[in-house]
Design a protein around this ligand. Sequence first.
Ligand code: ADP
Ligand code: MG
Length: 252
Amino acid sequence: EEQKKIVLSVTGVQKTFGGLQALSNINLEIEEGKTHAIIGPNGAGKSTLLNVCVGRLAPDSGTVMFGDTVLTGKTPYEINQIGVARVFQTPEIFPALTLLQNVIIPALAKRDGEFRFNVFNSLSGEKELVAEAESVLEDLGLEDQMHDLSASMSRGDKRRLELAMCLIQHPKLLLLDEPTAGMARHDTNRTIEILKRIKSRGMTKVIIEHDMHVVFSLADHISVLAQGAIIADGTPDDVRGNPKVQEAYLGG
Ligand code: ADP
Ligand code: MG
């Protein structure tokens, strides 16, 4: 039997905010090439868990490993350089820049190991990189707006731009916090199609999502978080029929 390869492992992670136990003893393994969904009611601790994984929050205890590398204690930037990209719940783009410039910045940061913003006068020597940025935007259906300022984009388009900023880095692992939140059904479906295409390229993804349509269209594996603890873990079929999950969602 083929041995499964674990890309990300979370061991014994705890996080409290004042008296609130946001995460209690979380253990989680993300398998290579899979789309692993983390679902759960509002306030369950999903974003907190993602923030611990990407170095935005330090856990009170526990460890996050990326392959053989300990991520706990590293900065978000160091974790990004290792090959972990993420889309946050609130889009984080550079509003004063065009879409194309927004995508070029993380591409250069990944390649050169530093963030630079004064790069746009000297792009004549970067034809390949610019072409790749254009092609990523085209892939996400944003080519018509490529030279517009990103501030003027719709919320759905901003989320897709953020995804483009991740994809240009060719991450080994992509973490997405509610990538379809606030989107109309049409935009949601479009995002699902894009995420399916990424899946076919073999990238490992962790997707936090409350939209069950999205979850069951994409996930190979689902972990259910409620009140800071994992209450169910398995295939979509395992999780769908689990009474504990139904209780957590229906107000247990
Ligand atoms: P989810 O993403 O599942 O909706 P969160 O991880 O955002 O949940 O939040 C989990 C719990 O921790 C919530 O009760 C939330 O209010 C609390 N929380 C999250 N971040 C902070 C913070 N920085 N300070 C205090 N409490 C927080
Ligand atoms: Mg959240």
